[in-house]
Design a binder for this molecule. Structure first.
Ligand SMILES: Cc1ncc(COP(=O)(O)O)c(C=O)c1O
Length: 407
């Protein structure tokens, strides 16, 4: 893997600057207190943390951010990373410091938490059908001129216009144009009618459109993933050109994720990728395959969960303290670093069960293990804080600011 080396000091400075989110740092820049804050953790080996403990390797995190930024910049587009993955203002600040043009959020409460922690260039990629949420979104717009809201139907646009008027703002909006069937409006005349309506509504300002293809991201095999992604988004690209030609202000054409980031620049008019998982990686993404083989290696696994061995008394079986409440999903199963022969089952609430025929070492009760999570987004959402580790030592403890913020 190649990436532009980034200054570690600059990264940490960016993460701690204006922070309400850096719980503890080596320099003692404490911010919002959290129940689990413990400054004595700084300098501790990750192998001595109480477990289950969520950790991010700083060298790898910085490398992933630099790799993504360098690669898409070279391709002539930008990054607008999605915070639904990390929910952490400190990491969002690293992404912005590396050159991201903004940060995406999935939920209003997520956006509120990040803005409270000093991240204000936010784009809400989900439309808000409830008037109460629209009002909250417009309060965020009051706080930041850089706040952008997705919209996907006429009534939603009218409600947004009313809430923007009430808040005394002109709201920047992007139309969510579907790729697949999960969300957004299918590319076609309804999008054109919505763009015309937005242009008529005095308290809305059209900025462009979103087109995220969730279905393409985890297609196995790079060639097939690329084909599927480019084919599915083609009607949206035509529509984007049509709207631009008709005189609408289409400065944003955003989408793409970790699985398709390297081909999005081939879409005519495309401006930026909303990549999320690349900062951490997980078992799901490792399995989708890359340009050079069956393992997706464009980014390093930076996110791990430290676990402790609880039981070694049964042949061919081990039990740890990291089950579903530490990892969420059990599909695919978690990876145990250094133990390719282990099969890890996190199906039980409190326990992880390992079955094996071959083991790299003998495990005593109390020994530690390092796990790669099945899927990063829901796993991170289980933890109040993440231990930022360099060369195995805790360098900072960051709040997962938007943890549990799903409304
Ligand atoms: C709208 C949207 N954009 C971007 C992403 C980020 O995708 P990934 O984690 O695959 O990079 C997601 C993830 O689900 C998403 O829902």
């Amino acid at each position: 893997m190649s990436h532009t080396p980034a200054s570690r000091r600059a990264f940490l400075a960016a993460a701690s600057a204006a922070g309400g989110s850096l719980l503890v740092s080596r320099r003692g820049a404490a911010a919002a207190p959290a129940p689990t804050m413990d400054s004595t953790l700084i300098g501790t080996s990750k192998w001595d943390l109480d477990t289950p403990a969520l950790c991010v390797d700083l060298d790898r995190l910085e490398g992933n951010i630099a790799t993504m930024q360098a690669r898409v910049t070279k391709q002539g587009i930008a990054t607008r990373p999605h915070a639904k993955t990390h929910k952490c203002a400190a990491i969002a600040k690293l992404q912005l410091a590396a050159g991201a043009i903004g940060i995406c959020t999935a939920k209003v409460s997520e956006a509120e938490a990040l803005m409270d922690a000093g991240v204000d260039r936010l784009c809400m990629t989900t439309s808000n059908p409830a008037v109460s949420k629209i009002r909250r979104a417009m309060r965020l717009r009051q706080r930041s001129p850089h706040f952008i809201q997705a919209v996907d139907e006429a009534q939603n646009a009218r409600d947004l216009n009313d809430a923007a008027k009430e808040a005394g703002v002109c709201a920047d909006v992007v139309i969510d144009v579907a790729v697949g069937t999960r969300s957004g409006i299918p590319a076609g005349p309804d999008v054109i009618a919505l763009a015309q309506l937005i242009d008529r509504l005095p308290h809305l300002r059209l900025r462009g459109m979103l087109s995220y293809d969730g279905g393409a991201q985890h297609v196995t095999g790079f060639a097939e993933r690329k084909r599927r992604a480019l084919e599915a988004i083609a009607p949206n690209a035509e529509l984007f050109a049509q709207l631009t030609k008709a005189g609408h202000a289409m400065e944003i054409f955003s989408g793409g994720g970790t699985g398709t980031y390297s081909v999005q620049h081939l879409v005519p008019g495309f401006t930026d990728v909303q990549v999320g998982s690349y900062v951490f990686m997980d078992m799901q993404y490792l399995a989708v395959g890359g340009e050079d083989g069956p393992v997706y290696r464009d980014f390093d696994v930076s996110l791990t969960v430290m676990a402790t061995m609880l039981n070694n008394r049964f042949p061919g079986r081990l039990t740890t303290d990291a089950g579903a409440k530490a990892l969420t999903l059990n599909q695919p199963t978690a990876g145990v670093i250094g133990e390719p022969g282990f099969s890890y089952n996190a199906g039980s609430d409190e326990f992880g069960v390992i079955t094996f025929t071959e083991s790299a070492k003998r495990y005593a009760i109390g020994d530690r293990l390092e796990l790669i999570v099945p899927h990063c987004d829901p796993a991170v959402n289980l933890y109040d804080r993440i231990h930022a580790v360099r060369k195995d030592r805790v360098e900072a403890v960051w709040a997962i600011d938007a943890r549990g913020r799903s409304q």
